[in-house]
Design a protein. Sequence first.
Length: 344
Amino acid sequence: MRRFAFLSVLVTAAFALVTGPASPAPRPFDPAHRPGPADTGSVGVRLVDVPVDLIDDPRARQYVIDDLEPGVTVHRRIEVSNTSDAPLHVSVYPGAANIIKGGFVGAAGSTPNELTRWITLSETSLDVPARSTARSSMTIAVPRDAAPGERYGVVWAQVRGTEGGGISLVNRTGIRIYLSVGGNNPPQPKFTVDSMTAARDDRGRAVIRAKVHNTGGRALDFTGSMTMKRVSGSLSAGPYPVQLGTSLAPGQSESVRVIVTDQVEDGPWDVSLRLKSGLLEDGYSARVTFPHGPGAARAVPSRHEGTSTLNPTVITVSIVVVLLAVGVLGFTFIRRRDRRAAAS
């Protein structure tokens, strides 16, 4: 039975990596929710400090809603509560958040953003006795070169537990952060890739023209690269460099060109384009088909890929394969050991 249990735990872990954690996925954070008696390993968190100028604002009692100038540092104490009948080990950490379709949504795990890099906590791990509280303090240090605008985040208090079969359960609650930065700094750099057009030049070379829009407040000078993957089959191509010389002032739009130096079929192809300007980097993708001869196909809308340079699906599948391989090896080892024991 031990070998079956061993293999079951590994398969369960692999399944969880593909389908997501066994605990509920992070949902739009509801500050009105506070763990009640029915919560196992319940944890709560609240603000201890309220700024004097916001003392009459009920939101300031629940959230951090500061409006700060660049270079300013503020401190806020937070209290973590344990409403269960057993001591809890609580992790405290900042995470990214966004407002999506009318909901304040905390990102999974400790996903970072610009705001989380400004936050430090005096205690990131607390051992809270049963029916008791403990405190940590949060420091938000706004850099002197911070661009104006509002950022969102959450300070989470989290406990972990296990269920039968080795499945990890996570219970967390947090404090929203709405941080507005003022001052006279220029707006932060941003851009979008609105569409991509597949074409062939007079020499028959495949070319991608990506329509880029500078949506930020600073001029951009682009570099970058592009890769392609055949929609059917496993054929891939690239990376191919972006042609240099494309500069955009705030509000301007222009096309950047990428020449495919290999002879490639018409497609369709899944194209992934990553553009950089200084420290700013972002990625967009589209599915395109090149014309058979010189000319341009119809422009297709692009999809935002985000700043990660690694494909999480590929990473997940790789980890699953490793886990299953380890499971098979462990099963074989235990089976051989049991046969040797039986023979002796």
